[in-house]
Design a protein around this ligand. Structure first.
Ligand SMILES: Cc1ncc(COP(=O)(O)O)c(C=O)c1O
Length: 386
């Protein structure tokens, strides 16, 4: 074998995701897993049944259409209309993907050239960095800082160069729980128009906002033709394993993204697409009930972590709470998370690995609260021993 490393240099340094490492640690030690963001109970029974029915009825068992089944594309447009008053053409402006993950990957591969710069909030969801890199582009972080994690809009303006191709935004933001306000979104939209940028918005936690409201950037003036809006069913309907996501954007953007997507998975999750079409049509009471239930869990976990001595940054959205463990005398979030299962039988994720500059997040640790209340109570009791 030659000296050349096997791994493509664009993937150099990405290793195993922290979620996989920490979930494996949870399995090995039997600890409560508040690391990876998946619920410990499945979503609505009737939606699970809809998937079973689709399988039995032979719907989606063979390759579905490349852009997604028409029923799901129509349901996505109805959802955008119902919640945000936005109109999309289901035939040309919606693309169904293998979760938001593939939507992000296909978008980066379709829209970026080597040498392009992408501005993204840090701490970032780890696939952003990898996808930007696989596309040969460079990431430029815009650091969100404790305690409130608001984006510094002057810093954003300064970060834009002639090489900036797009902004990759996430609101509600994982891991900090920050939700962009209308004023912030307006300022971002004005900048995007002024500097002629595309903006990609990852909105997978759109239905998990406890304070404020979720406003899609694409609804703001000047943004309809330059925004790629991404979401998925995993978080909203508690079926993270189904991996059904979607892009909504103007037709030329969808066409470009579909060109990349068709050579990644081509299509996926046929029968689940039928079930997700039904899920998106659930009554408002489902969405409100889901958010309220998670709100109670947020308060339970945030309160317990505060009592256990953590500094807690109360999230406005998502199902994560970011804490600072410096208050416990800890100096390094990664070391803390690696030792936590042995010390008290709980798994969490260090935010520090989601920063390019490790300083601002060195002692930040994220806990997921999409778990049964009894599990959260037990976790809190264990963390109280620290
Ligand atoms: C911000 C963010 N984007 C995307 C995803 C991935 O979504 P999906 O499971 O639909 O691929 C996640 C999952 O944790 C996430 O937190």
């Amino acid at each position: 074998m030659s000296e050349r490393p096997l791994l493509n240099r664009r993937l150099d340094g990405f290793g195993t995701t922290i979620f996989a490492e920490m979930s494996a640690l949870a399995v090995k030690t039997g600890a409560i897993n508040l690391g990876q963001g998946f619920p410990d109970t499945d979503g609505p029974e009737e939606i699970r049944e809809a998937a079973v029915r689709a399988l039995r009825d032979g719907k989606g068992n063979q390759y579905p259409p490349g852009p997604g089944i028409p029923e799901l594309r129509m349901a996505v447009t109805e959802h955008q209309q119902r919640f945000y008053g936005l109109t999309f053409d289901p035939d040309t402006e919606v693309l169904v993907t293998a979760g938001a993950t593939e939507a992000i990957a296909a978008t980066m591969l379709a829209l970026l050239e080597p040498g392009d710069e992408v501005i993204a909030f840090e701490p970032y969801y780890d696939s952003y960095a990898a996808c930007i890199s696989m596309a040969g582009a460079t990431r430029v972080p815009l650091t969100l800082r404790a305690p409130d994690f608001r984006p510094d809009l002057d810093a954003l303006r300064d970060a834009i160069t002639p090489h900036t191709r797009l902004l990759l935004l996430n609101s509600p933001h994982n891991p900090t729980g920050m939700v962009l306000t209308r004023d912030e979104l307006t300022a971002i939209a004005e900048l995007a128009v002024e500097r002629d940028l595309i903006v990609v918005t990852d909105e997978v936690y759109e239905h998990l906002v406890f304070e404020g409201e979720h406003i899609p950037l694409i609804s703001l003036p000047g943004m309809r033709d330059r925004t790629v809006s991404i979401s998925s069913a995993g978080k909203t309907f508690s079926f993270t394993g189904w991996k059904v996501g979607w892009v909504t954007a103007a037709a030329p953007l969808v066409t470009a993204i579909r060109t990349a997507k068709q050579f990644l998975t081509y299509v996926s999750a046929g029968p689940f697409q039928y079930a997700v079409a039904e899920a998106l049509r659930l009554p408002d009471s489902y969405f409100i009930g889901f958010r309220d239930e998670l709100g109670v869990k947020r308060d339970l976990l945030a309160g317990g972590l505060t009592d256990a001595g953590f500094e807690v940054y109360r999230p406005q959205g998502t199902y994560f709470v970011t804490t600072d463990v410096a208050a416990l005398g800890e100096k390094d979030a990664l070391a803390f998370c690696r030792s936590l299962p042995e010390r008290c039988g709980v798994v969490a994720v260090p935010n520090s690995v989601f920063y390019d500059d490790p300083k601002p997040g060195r002692t930040q640790v994220r806990f997921a609260f999409c778990k049964r209340e009894s599990v959260l109570r037990e976790a809190v009791a264990r963390l109280g021993q620290l």
